[in-house]
Design a protein around this ligand. Structure first.
Ligand SMILES: *[C@@H]1O[C@H](CO)[C@@H](O)[C@H](O)[C@H]1NC(C)=O
Ligand SMILES: *[C@@H]1O[C@H](CO)[C@@H](O)[C@H](O)[C@H]1NC(C)=O
Ligand SMILES: *[C@@H]1O[C@H](CO)[C@@H](O)[C@H](O)[C@H]1NC(C)=O
Ligand SMILES: *[C@@H]1O[C@H](CO)[C@@H](O)[C@H](O)[C@H]1NC(C)=O
Ligand SMILES: *[C@@H]1O[C@H](CO)[C@@H](O)[C@H](O)[C@H]1NC(C)=O
Ligand SMILES: *[C@@H]1O[C@H](CO)[C@@H](O)[C@H](O)[C@H]1NC(C)=O
Length: 418
């Protein structure tokens, strides 16, 4: 019944020639994201969440190392620092053993890109919180690479080895590292030549368990480990896109990256833009967090990071936030997770930058139950080294809005999803 209805809708859309209206002459790529931190039976997937915390800590540790090397410490936010490497240790089991089945394994698919000539396809995680492109190479022979698509330098006519090397330590027993190459790279039909990237020889266990092959960073060159123009900046410089704007819709299904503008068929009104502060991240200032109409913490920096699910804030600010959530308590002090009564999942938590309040839905706020009555929230207290008043908003926030990222006006915009 539902299937028929949607087929009819699709047929109507095609027969009336309905086509999306784009702001800017760009191209869209559809992709899927693994959704949330909840098992099929509604429990909080604690081991997976901790693995993500460790990966996020080390990713941003590496970003700060890159930023210091590329720009100097004066580019750091107040209170920012290079944190010690985070190490993974499995969380203690706090409940009766439940089967940890992944809710969305079969729905999870990442966006295709192609590298080389002839093009080799890869599934890619599009990450606004980093600035490099890497995929596994045929030289990666570990089991973590066994199910991945791999880049073979000898079977591409446009493969150009470069000097230097790429390395990011993820603290889960391994690094992502490899040599540096330049190649022809296509995303959504937008083709750039001479794109610097790394075909990696080793990947860390946490990437081995993901469905995507590698990562394409969409942040600023100032945090590039390769010290080279990231893909989208190269596309703009080579005239492959008309505008230096990209847009993202993240959702359980129907996620889309739009390169060279925004996809106006996906949102209402004009995006509310805020100026980027600092030089490496998609960071905007004067953020506040509200519960209902009540501002509970204000005047902080926020970094918009599509490469993680979790929303992080400085531990003290997050503690102040949960004080306004009835019945909440610390659940995992080490990783900064809090729980609250499942019978009253907050549905009025929102962020504001002085304009609209952008609310997080109850479904996006709730990471699942940890007992018969308590559930874990999407906001975690964690010092990622990004600054003493800097929050990091992952896709638990981004799924509630359409986000526009503009290199042209150095700003981030939010608009309501249609
Ligand atoms: C993780 O382990 C490394 C190497 O053993 C150590 O240098 C680092 O301090 C540890 N990190 C933390 C947060 O304990
Ligand atoms: C793989 O290893 C071979 C032999 O060491 C080397 O010639 C080649 O460039 C490597 N390819 C990649 C993509 O790293
Ligand atoms: C890489 O490509 C070359 C040339 O097509 C081929 O001979 C070689 O077997 C490939 N290596 C792997 C590991 O697929
Ligand atoms: C390729 O890019 C590098 C910088 O990444 C630049 O130095 C070089 O001139 C470029 N080569 C071509 C042929 O455009
Ligand atoms: C917020 O304030 C508006 C107007 O001041 C009011 O209509 C609305 O009900 C309030 N919402 C909540 C959740 O308190
Ligand atoms: C929290 O509990 C108090 C007292 O029971 C109640 O007045 C208030 O509305 C609750 N707040 C929320 C956000 O549910």
């Amino acid at each position: 019944m539902f299937v028929k209805a949607s087929l009819i809708t699709l047929a109507l859309a095609l027969s009336t020639g309905a086509s999306p209206v784009f702001e800017g002459l760009g191209a869209s790529i559809s992709f899927g994201k693994r959704d949330g931190m909840t098992t099929a039976d509604g429990w909080f997937d604690h081991p997976r969440a901790v693995q993500q915390v460790v990966r996020d800590r080390n990713k941003h540790r590496q970003n700060m190392i890159n930023l210091e090397r590329n720009m100097g410490k004066q580019a750091f936010n107040d209170g920012a620092e290079i944190m010690p490497m985070a190490n993974y240790s499995a969380p203690p089991e706090k409940r009766q053993a439940e089967k940890l089945t992944d809710e969305n394994n079969d729905e999870y698919w990442a966006g295709p890109i192609s590298i080389g000539t002839p093009g080799k396809a890869f599934l890619i995680d599009f990450d606004t919180g980093s600035a490099d492109l890497w995929v596994p190479s045929t030289n990666c022979t570990s089991t973590y690479c066994s199910a991945k698509n791999k880049y073979n330098a000898s079977s591409s006519s446009t493969s150009t080895p470069k000097s230097g090397s790429f390395s990011i330590q993820y603290g889960d027993g391994s690094t992502v590292s490899g040599p540096v190459y330049a190649e022809t790279v296509s995303v959504a039909g937008i083709t750039v030549k001479n794109q610097t990237f790394s075909p990696v020889n080793t990947i860390s266990p946490s990437f081995g368990s993901e469905v995507d092959d590698g990562l394409l960073g969409l942040a600023f060159p100032a945090i590039s480990n390769l010290r080279q123009s990231p893909f989208f900046n190269t596309a703009k410089a080579q005239g492959a896109v008309k505008t230096g704007v990209f847009g993202m819709k993240l959702a359980k299904t129907g996620s889309e990256l739009f390169l060279g503008g925004t996809d106006t068929s996906l949102y209402s009104g004009a995006p509310e833009y805020h100026a980027v502060t600092g030089s490496g991240f998609w960071q905007i200032s004067s953020g506040s967090i509200l519960v209902g109409n009540q501002t509970v913490v204000s005047n902080f920096q926020t970094i918009i990071d599509s490469g993680t699910t979790i929303i992080y804030g400085p531990p003290k600010m997050v503690a102040a936030f949960y004080k306004s959530i009835n019945g909440s308590q610390v659940y995992d002090a080490q990783n900064g997770f809090y729980s609250f009564p499942c019978k009253s999942v907050p549905s009025t938590v929102g962020f504001s930058w002085g304009g609209k309040t952008w609310t997080i839905s109850a479904a996006n706020f709730n990471y699942g139950k940890v007992s018969a009555t308590m559930c874990v929230g999407a906001i975690a207290g964690q010092d990622l080294g990004l600054g003493s008043s800097t929050w990091l908003l992952g896709d638990s926030f981004m799924k509630n809005v359409y986000t526009a990222f503009s290199f042209d006006s150095n700003s981030v915009g939010f608009a309501p999803l249609k």
